[in-house]
Design a protein around this ligand. Sequence first.
Ligand code: KIV
Length: 267
Amino acid sequence: MMKADKITLPALSQMKAEGKTIVMLTAYDASFARLVDAAGVDCVLVGDSLGNVVHGRDSTLGVTIDDMVYHVDAVRRGLDRALLVADLPFLAYHDRTTAIESAGHLMRAGAEMVKLEGGSVMGPQIAALVEQGIPVCAHLGLTPQHVHQLGGYRVQGREAASARRLREDARAVQEAGAALLVLECVPADLAAAVADDLPIPVIGIGAGPGVDGQVLVLYDVLGISPSPRPRFVKDFMAEATSIDAALAAYVQAVRSGDFPAAEHVYR
Ligand code: KIV
């Protein structure tokens, strides 16, 4: 039976309407999923960042749909309350049929929403997924699956033209049916403007405090990712005496607006 306080899509919309900050964090296995859920995280993302932090690769491009299904299935068993979002991996959604097939694998494994990278070009795939009853989270800004095209992991939207394109892409994915948007590594003012523009919640990672929620990679929060770490990362384990305490501190810092602080923000 569904818990009374289970996070659903309407619950996320309501949080945006009430100005309540949404807390998201990645997880890749059942044990950490249980701890993250118990800490009060609203959305757990099985990110294709698992290619980096679990598999030790230098990009997300090697992650397959089978990898994602394996980790979604494990994470699902650890969750009670949080909404489970899963990444569609590289080249698993290049057309509508492939997107539906790949998303079907993730949803059958226990995902409640799928995330894909890209703007207006992803409109047909987003609409097709939504038509099949599959909620979609879009991902704009620094999109790691495009690392080679972007020329590295760098801040996006700093120039007027790219900022305008990002705002247009954000409107396009929302109009296509995306119910959530992740914005990665964009200047804080631009991210805040996108969150103002859109009726759907906007979750930032390296996008400043003016959005509707925050997400980080679990291993960054626990301080076990190799240095140097990006500017937007905070190691919550540094001042905690247990993993539970670090996760609770992350949830509290996001909800209170203490994280991200000025030192985590791009201008
Ligand atoms: O794969 C991932 O973990 C992500 C987050 C960084 C947003 O996409």
